[in-house]
Design a protein around this ligand. Structure first.
Ligand code: C5P
Length: 220
């Protein structure tokens, strides 16, 4: 499942995994944790070599249970910190570094293989899942929503987490990140040719989950 931020991707992916009895992988959390590692090492995120070095030195662990998102960096629980402004502003630069993508795509493929063997299914969310990480996936989904709706959802998440924000700033930040993610040279965000596209602007989350669940069941 791919798509820009604020499309309801995480909520939909976790609910879908639950309904299907499948595992779940949030690849965005992996790019965010590596970004936090780079920031903690006081690396300039525009310096690809230094970012790569920090990424290779980081010990990263992510959970695959849709009910218990876990992100550990060097053994520390960083699930809340990786959603903060500092990481959110820097993550697209880190995610544009080809060596970082190589490292994380390899890790993601190994996790997917393990979970498929253990549970028989997995819902993976990100930006390049259908195009790069799992091009043979039986069902590829690309979620979209209008910029205003995406900013409003991001704002609601920020408020719920106690982070200060306003609509204009959030809209600017969402737009900036999506532009960087869809124009980078390596693995830019785009729907796979055979992806099913869903605009979630006017649809309730439950409606989207039910439709996707039916599609997933049809595809086995
Ligand atoms: O999904 P989330 O908003 O947490 O992703 C954070 C960032 O990680 C994205 O803006 C993008 O730069 C990067 N990302 C990526 N490829 C993925 C998942 C996330 O480049 N598969």
């Amino acid at each position: 499942m791919d798509g820009p931020s604020g499309t309801g991707k995480t909520t939909v992916a976790r609910k879908l995994a639950n309904r299907l009895g499948a595992g779940y992988l949030d690849t965005g959390a992996m790019y965010r944790a590596i970004t936090l590692a780079a920031l903690r090492s006081e690396v300039d995120v525009a310096e690809a070599d230094a970012v790569t070095k920090a990424a290779k030195a980081a010990e990263l662990e992510v959970g695959t249970d849709p009910n218990a998102p876990v992100a550990l960096l060097d053994g520390e629980d960083v699930a809340a910190e990786i959603r903060g402004d500092q990481v959110t502003s820097a993550v697209s630069a880190v995610a544009a570094v080809p060596a970082v993508r190589d490292l994380l795509v390899g890790m993601q493929r190994r996790i997917i293989e393990r979970v498929l063997a253990e549970r028989g299914g997995i819902v993976v969310e990100g930006r390049d899942i259908g195009t790069v990480v799992a091009p043979d996936a039986p069902l590829k989904i690309f979620l979209t929503a209008s910029a205003d709706v995406r900013a409003a959802r991001r704002l609601a998440q920020d408020s719920a987490a106690g982070r200060e924000a306003n609509h204009v700033d959030v809209l600017r930040s969402v737009d900036r990140r999506d532009r960087l993610d869809s124009t980078r040279a390596t693995n830019p965000m785009r729907p796979a040719d055979d992806a099913v596209e869903f605009d979630t602007s006017d649809l309730g989350i439950e409606g989207v989950v039910t439709s996707l669940c039916e599609l997933a069941e049809q595809r086995g």
